[in-house]
Design a protein around this ligand. Structure first.
Ligand SMILES: Nc1ncnc2c1ncn2[C@@H]1O[C@H](COP(=O)(O)OP(=O)(O)OP(=O)(O)O)[C@@H](O)[C@H]1O
Ligand SMILES: [Mg+2]
Length: 321
């Protein structure tokens, strides 16, 4: 881990063109991710986490589009890269993995062929070398009998094995950034834990930064160095995981911590989970001023104006209180 920023997101906005005009789903995000650091991105469904993740490799699909901002990766703006540069970068310097590995793995090729392809495309390896490297990588991500599994097709593998194969593919070129969008939600708890530890170990051994999207606060406390809490297209709070979880500043963060179940943290000694009253607003119904104001128990008139980001050391939050 270092304090050197690898990724700098500046005033990122992502919207959808609709017959009644542009609707913003990501409303001005600023976030730095340092080299080798694991940052968790947490927030209720629909708050813009996946859109943000996709934008980091300029993968937002129509009708969505990035309407403003900069995404500096090693000081180069991803949003200004040409296609050739982007294709070189994707999968080699920065990779993304999703919840459902079948969206990333092609059903008609063996996993060995698909992982090998990354080495051939980005690394100029021969077919034979690529296969050898694929076997090593499969072993590295904990796939038993990699010599045999290298020739398996995705449908021949269990969910956990497919997820590992996808991680292997994402990690083939030792990227300096891994974006993981709920990579383990569909898996059972033991496999989740193994895969998260794998990601954490690889992050430490390869100095790989990770943006980990998850709903599970237990996962966050186990693996993430920093946490960003997102709501209605904005980062409401950001800081070191330990600090944010032990002393949350924003009422939304407090509500979220009381409402999220975890498959990891034993709930025995915890208070009963309490959902945050109300629901995430539709994009066209997001309040002026503080976007959380209509659900916040600390609401008063001062919340109706634009809320600047406050800080206490390196702990940032967007609340007037
Ligand atoms: N094609 C689309 N057209 C219009 N709105 C969309 C479209 N795709 C996503 N959105 C909206 O953009 C917002 C952000 O979606 P996003 O998928 O980033 O949320 P998320 O935080 O990843 O949610 P989840 O936790 O459920 O995965 C949501 O309000 C969603 O309704
Ligand atoms: Mg999502």
């Amino acid at each position: 881990m270092s304090d050197k920023p690898l990724l700098q997101i500046r005033d990122l906005q992502i919207g959808f063109d609709t017959p009644s005009g542009l609707l913003l789903a990501v409303r001005g995000i600023d976030l730095n991710i340092n080299e080798g650091e694991i940052t968790a991105l947490v927030g209720e469904s629909g708050c813009g986490k996946s859109l943000t993740a996709m934008s980091l490799l300029n993968l937002v699909e129509a009708p969505g589009r990035i309407t403003a901002g900069q995404i500096l990766f090693k000081n180069e703006d991803i949003l200004k890269m040409g296609d050739e540069r982007l294709n070189k970068m994707r999968g080699a310097e920065a990779s993304i993995i999703f919840q459902e590995p079948m969206t990333a793995l092609n059903p008609v090729f063996s996993v060995g062929t698909q992982i090998g392809e990354v080495f051939i495309t980005h690394g100029n390896y021969s077919k034979k070398e690529a296969r050898e490297k694929a076997i090593k990588l499969l072993a590295h991500v904990g796939i038993p009998e990699p010599q045999r599994r290298v020739d398996s097709y995705p449908f021949e593998l269990s969910g956990g094995m497919r997820q590992r194969a996808m991680i292997a593919m994402a990690l083939a070129m030792s990227p300096s950034l891994l974006i993981a969008d709920e990579p383990t939600t569909a898996l059972d708890v033991t496999i989740q834990s193994q895969i998260l530890h794998l990601i954490k170990n690889l992050s430490h051994s390869n100095q790989m930064a990770v943006l980990l999207i998850t709903h599970d606060i237990g996962i966050v406390s186990l693996v993430a160095d920093k946490i960003a809490i997102m709501y209605a297209g904005l980062i409401m709070e950001f800081g070191e995981t330990r600090k944010v979880l032990s002393k949350p500043k924003h009422p939304y963060t407090k509500g979220l911590l009381n409402s999220l179940p975890s498959v990891y943290v034993q709930q025995k000694n915890k208070k009963r989970l309490e959902p945050i009253p109300g629901k995430v607003p539709e994009l066209r119904e997001i309040p002026e001023g503080c976007v959380f104001s209509n659900r916040c128990t600390s609401y008063d008139k001062s919340c109706d104006t634009d809320i600047p980001v406050k800080s206490s050391g390196k702990h940032y939050y967007r609340c007037v209180k």
